[in-house]
Design a protein around this ligand. Structure first.
Ligand SMILES: Cc1cc2nc3c(=O)[nH]c(=O)nc-3n(C[C@H](O)[C@H](O)[C@H](O)COP(=O)(O)OP(=O)(O)OC[C@H]3O[C@@H](n4cnc5c(N)ncnc54)[C@H](O)[C@@H]3O)c2cc1C
Length: 404
């Protein structure tokens, strides 16, 4: 049975760039658009920024380097990594600590997390990172609305004229010149009718456990307690269905079964439990991502792209790299809607490489700069000159190509 609702909705003042979702991608998009001179409004359905990286307790920032002592990822991805460890404990290897000197390559270790010569990645304290994200965004003049759901796009033909939102004060229409979907789930693209692909998740659950009587170096003692599957499906319970993460009852089951596995595990553990933190969002690696104008795949590994909007490395395979095509951030027929983060257009292992924290910052930054330019020039994603976009990204410190 269906019911049709007719309702008058208050319309707020138009913004230039509206970003839906305050995960790493949304934060990077909002900052980049603001630095490019746009008026920016960022909407987040929870009350804390950072998405999976903070609310989801995924506090391992995958590396910015190639595993051989060369940095590959720059720009906001690096700035946010540094922010995440400004005050809290961390595990950044020694060779990467002082960025005024190049890393000592004689000390590079093949291990990702070696204390001296490991890769340019780190654990961070999620709560401190959240406080610093608030401060940074507000200082730079990004307008923030928390506890607000970007429910659906308001379409005017092909254009997305704004976003219809639900919050405590009711329903509102927030008009915008350009909209960035950084929901992680492509909520706005999907509801606008854009082509999207769905993923499937194995059952897994990560919490943080502290179990030391004498905490000196907290990161040694605050550790992931992971239950169920790894990212490849090893450990997924027999006969348990995989999860799309797009159905509310399924998400509820995924979260509750994860917590049940954790509790069973804690009951079995020998050590005395001191403290525990649980994620406040469903830890779904993949839900929905757009099928954009370009689809990045494994054949793009190691390939130079003249339309690159950012260089990223493969977090599992040292030395492998991708130049992300501009067309992975938009779909033909949706001129002012851009994607950022784990929902961009990529498939297979290439998608896995784009969904980790630094890569989400890279695509967020690209979407932000592009959105500001599109809003200012009144042009669509398709007609934005990629060379001009690349110039804007370079001036924000982004590295576009593997070979200079
Ligand atoms: C189990 C697991 C382990 C992982 N391990 C690692 C790791 O070790 N290292 C690593 O770098 N990466 C890891 N990742 C991947 C990484 O954490 C995420 O892919 C990345 O943080 C996603 O960032 P995002 O901004 O694209 O999306 P998200 O973090 O999902 O952010 C989306 C934000 O949008 C908000 N939102 C959603 N819908 C709406 C809406 N309609 N309106 C308003 N707000 C909305 C959400 O509340 C959220 O804050 C892991 C992921 C998982 C699930």
């Amino acid at each position: 049975m269906m019911w049709t609702e007719a309702q008058e909705i208050p319309v707020r003042q138009e913004t230039e760039v509206l970003v839906a979702g305050g995960g790493i991608a949304g934060v990077a998009a909002a900052l980049a658009a603001r630095r490019e001179g746009a008026r920016v409004l960022l909407l987040e359905k929870s009350v804390l920024l950072g998405g999976l990286a903070t609310n989801g307790l995924i506090n391992w920032y995958e590396p910015l380097c190639d595993g051989k002592g060369e940095q590959m990822i720059f720009g906001l991805a690096e700035e946010l990594l540094r922010l995440s460890i400004r005050y809290g404990d961390h595990t950044l290897p020694e060779i990467w600590r002082d960025r005024t000197v190049p890393p000592d390559k004689t000390k590079v270790s093949p291990l990702k997390q070696d204390h001296i010569g490991g890769r340019y990645g780190t654990y961070f304290v999620p709560t401190l990172f959240q406080l610093l994200l608030d401060e940074l965004l507000l200082k730079e003049g990004v307008e923030l609305r928390l506890d607000i759901l970007a429910a659906r796009p308001h379409m005017d033909g092909e254009r997305c004229a704004g976003v219809i939102c639900e919050c405590k004060s009711g329903r509102e229409l927030l008009p915008a010149k350009v909209v960035i979907d950084a929901t992680g789930d492509a909520d706005l693209f999907y509801r606008a009718g854009a082509p999207c692909d769905q993923g499937q998740n194995y059952l897994s659950y990560v919490a943080h456990l502290w179990n030391t009587p004498n905490p000196t170096h907290t990161m040694k003692h605050r550790r992931w307690i992971a239950c169920g599957s790894d990212l490849h499906g090893n450990g997924h319970p027999d006969n348990y269905p995989t999860i799309s993460g797009l159905d509310n009852e399924e998400i509820t089951r995924f979260v509750l079964d994860g917590r049940r596995m954790l509790l069973d595990r804690l009951r079995e553990t020998e050590c005395q439990i001191k403290d525990l933190a649980l994620p406040s969002m469903a830890q779904l690696r993949t839900t929905r991502h757009i099928r954009g104008t370009s689809i990045m795949s494994e054949v793009d590994q190691g390939k130079e792209r003249s339309d690159s909007i950012g260089l990223i490395g493969d977090f599992e395979r040292p030395s492998q790299w991708y130049e992300i095509p501009w067309g992975t951030l938009y779909c033909n027929g949706f001129p002012n809607l851009l994607a950022a983060g784990r929902m961009i257009s990529a498939q297979g292992w290439a998608w896995e490489v784009t969904r980790v924290i630094p890569a989400c910052a890279v695509t967020g930054q690209a979407a932000g700069v592009a959105a500001a330019m599109m809003a200012r020039r009144g042009v669509s994603a398709q007609s934005l000159d990629v060379k001009v976009l690349q110039e804007g990204l370079r001036s924000q410190g982004v590295r576009l190509h593997h070979y200079p």
